[in-house]
Design a protein around this ligand. Sequence first.
Ligand code: SAM
Length: 187
Amino acid sequence: MIQITHNSFEGENVKNGGIRGAVAFCHMLLRERVKPGDRVVDATCGNGQDTLLLAELVGSSGKLWGFDIQSDALERSRERVDAAGLSNRVELVHAGHERLADYIKEPVKAVVFNLGYLPGGCQELATRGETTLIALAQAATLLSPGGLILVAVYTGQVGGVDEWESVRGWGESLSPREFAYSAPSRP
Ligand code: SAM
């Protein structure tokens, strides 16, 4: 199953709690699906909020790989999982998620993409549709039966609408025999 959530990074959606809403929705779906012992991926660690939740959900017998291109983001994520005493199941990778398949060789239960730029960080280091699509294709190949890919796209950011269109096009091109795809009809 592929569930795509989207939100506007700036403007009304922020005022109305839209970002919090998108993250909360992702977390609700992850809580339903991810179980102790699962292998999961945070494709964009950022501040580590998703990393922390995933590390909790997989338990001590599970495994989480977290990717980010920024060492600052990985440090923040590392601090969160260390503070929670969960680092024993977490492998943080300083690489773009388009290299996911270089690091992960086993099926995974969930892959989370929280796209865009690191809040408070450099906006030029945002995700890009081109590399996001490479990573999504690899994620789909690694996904175990019943697994879940979640993508949050911030269409209020520069390049966000293009990224949204790319992700939506990719989702729609998936074989419905293999994947259930669901996304809002417009950004
Ligand atoms: N999930 C994060 C959290 O819980 O705080 C928020 C992620 S933030 C919106 C997006 C992150 O994607 C940024 O930290 C940015 O550095 C990272 N990023 C940009 N391009 C990337 C790529 N090709 N591979 C992995 N991460 C990337």
